[in-house]
Design a protein around this ligand. Structure first.
Ligand SMILES: Cc1cc2nc3c(=O)[nH]c(=O)nc-3n(C[C@H](O)[C@H](O)[C@H](O)COP(=O)(O)OP(=O)(O)OC[C@H]3O[C@@H](n4cnc5c(N)ncnc54)[C@H](O)[C@@H]3O)c2cc1C
Length: 136
C-alpha cells in the first residue's frame, strides 16, 4: 500500500459542503503536510438550528449566516471554493464543479440532507405555497 503522506506534494483532502459536517472535518484535520479544499454552493455557513428564529422575525438572516472564508480564515492550509459539485468520480479521484475538475487524494462528502414527502409531491407544493395563503 502506498502511503500518500510520504510524498513531497501535500495530500489533498477535498470536502464537499460547508455545513456542520464539512466545518467539523476541516477543524479536526490537524495533520501536517496536507492541503484542504472545501467546496460549497453557498459562500456562507448557515446555522440551521436558528432558522426558526429567522422565520419568526426574532433574528435576521445575517445573524445566522457566516462567510465560510471568515469561519476558516485561521486554517492556512484550507482553500474555500464557491461552486456546486455536479459529479464525482471516486475511481479517478476527481470532483467536478461546472467545467472545473478538482483532483483529490481523500474526498469527504458532507452535503447534508434533503426533505422527503414520500411520493406525496403535492404536499411539497402546498408547503412552499404557504407564504401566499391569505389568512381569513
Ligand atoms: C430548523 C432546523 C433546526 C435544527 N435544530 C437543530 C438542533 O437544535 N440541534 C441539532 O443538533 N441539529 C439541529 N438541526 C439539524 C442540523 O442543522 C443538521 O443536522 C446539520 O446542519 C447537518 O449538517 P451537515 O453538514 O450534514 O449538512 P448542512 O449543514 O445542511 O450542510 C450541507 C452543505 O453542503 C452544501 N451543499 C449541498 N449540496 C452541494 C453541492 N452539490 N455542491 C456544493 N455544496 C453543496 C450546502 O450548501 C450546505 O452548506 C436543525 C435543522 C433545522 C433545519
Amino acid at each position: 500500500m502506498v502511503n500518500k503522506f510520504d510524498n513531497q506534494s501535500p495530500h489533498h483532502v477535498v470536502i464537499v459542503g460547508g455545513g456542520f459536517g464539512g466545518i467539523h472535518a476541516v477543524k479536526t484535520l490537524n495533520i501536517d503536510n496536507i492541503k484542504v479544499t472545501i467546496i460549497d454552493k453557498r459562500n456562507f455557513h448557515l446555522f440551521q438550528p436558528l432558522l426558526y428564529q429567522v422565520a419568526t422575525g426574532i433574528l435576521s438572516p445575517a445573524d445566522i449566516s457566516s462567510p465560510l472564508r471568515s469561519v476558516l480564515s485561521k486554517k492556512k492550509n484550507t482553500k474555500v471554493l464557491l461552486g456546486e459539485v455536479c459529479d464525482i468520480d471516486p475511481q479517478a479521484q476527481k470532483v467536478f464543479v461546472g467545467e472545473e475538475v478538482i483532483p483529490d487524494d481523500t474526498l469527504i462528502v458532507a452535503i447534508g440532507t434533503k426533505h422527503c414527502y414520500f411520493g406525496k409531491d403535492d404536499w411539497e407544493k402546498f408547503a412552499s405555497g404557504l407564504k401566499t395563503v391569505k389568512m381569513q
